[in-house]
Design a protein around this ligand. Structure first.
Ligand SMILES: [Zn+2]
Length: 281
């Protein structure tokens, strides 16, 4: 896939790893990010797509590397942006397969690392996360690699990030996250239908990274996913600075989602793509 023109907001858009300059990759592995940096590792909705893993985002600041969601296929793509032994923490929005299943290969990587088993890292997730990952892994000993922390709505500290969480509207317990660092705020929707809590978490955020898992059809089921238009409406209600649509299902038309969002939100709107890097401050 050809490299795209730079996006209008300083977003670096890269179509495949073959497009990534070697020197840039090396810098990504060795360098320490100071300001808040978001890298789109996987943004395909509900399943991996032909050009993207399922949901996964790398959020960095002050040299700290937080992985937000780890869906199917994401551990492969994640290694383009960080060595797996350099991951400091994981936060899971919910326990659907397309947001958590690659905790299994991360467990393998950390348990059987060439240098020996790595220290446990914190994994923040809904109640039952340890049991869910143990079931998926068919091994109950996942706590040897991970220190599971049950999320509740409210304020948390994860590494250098001030994190506010809230429940959003999905068939299983699901959190949206507001990450703040250095005077900047990024809100990630998780999976959700229409949600006043998401609007509050995105209030005046620099960026709302919002799912748009549905096409805009009449009588969309409630409490499941948003379409592009609804994502735009949430960004407008929140007064977010910009909107990035993610969780784009392989069979959805992304341009339709983008047009729907742009019709509802007056600020800048773009589509997430694997390899995009966004520096906030
Ligand atoms: Zn889900």
């Amino acid at each position: 896939m050809a490299r795209r023109e730079p996006g209008p907001f300083g977003v670096m858009e890269l179509g495949s790893v073959a497009d990534v300059p070697r020197r840039w990759l090396a810098r990504r592995h060795l360098g320490s990010v100071v300001g808040m940096r978001l890298t789109m590792v996987g943004c395909s909705g509900s399943m991996p797509g032909p050009h993207s893993a399922a949901s996964c985002y790398l959020l960095e600041a002050d040299g700290f590397r937080l992985v937000v969601d780890l869906g199917n296929g994401a551990v492969g793509a994640l290694q383009r942006y960080t060595a797996l032994n350099r991951v400091d923490a994981v936060a899971l929005s919910h326990l659907h397969a397309d947001h958590c299943l690659d905790m299994c290969p991360l467990w393998v990587a950390r348990t059987y690392a060439p240098e020996g088993a790595l220290p446990r890292i914190p994994v923040y997730g809904p109640a039952g996360t340890a049991e869910r990952i143990a079931r998926a892994n068919d091994d109950p000993d996942v706590t040897g690699a991970f220190d599971f922390v049950t999320l509740t709505p409210g304020q948390h500290r994860i590494g250098p990030f001030a994190v506010t969480t809230g429940h959003v509207a999905h068939p299983v317990e699901t959190f949206a996250f507001r990450f703040e660092h250095g005077g900047h705020a990024l809100t990630y929707s998780g999976d959700t239908g229409e949600s006043p809590a998401l609007v509050e978490l995105a209030r005046s955020a620099d960026v709302l990274l919002c799912e748009a898992g549905f096409p805009d059809l009449p009588d969309l089921p409630p409490n499941l996913h948003l379409c592009g238009r609804q994502a735009g409406e949430h960004a407008a209600r929140a007064g977010a600075g910009r909107l990035i649509l993610t969780h784009l299902a392989p069979d959805c038309d992304p341009e339709e989602s983008l047009a729907g969002a742009a019709g509802a939100f007056g600020g800048p709107v773009s589509l997430a793509a694997p390899g995009q890097v966004l520096d906030l401050g």
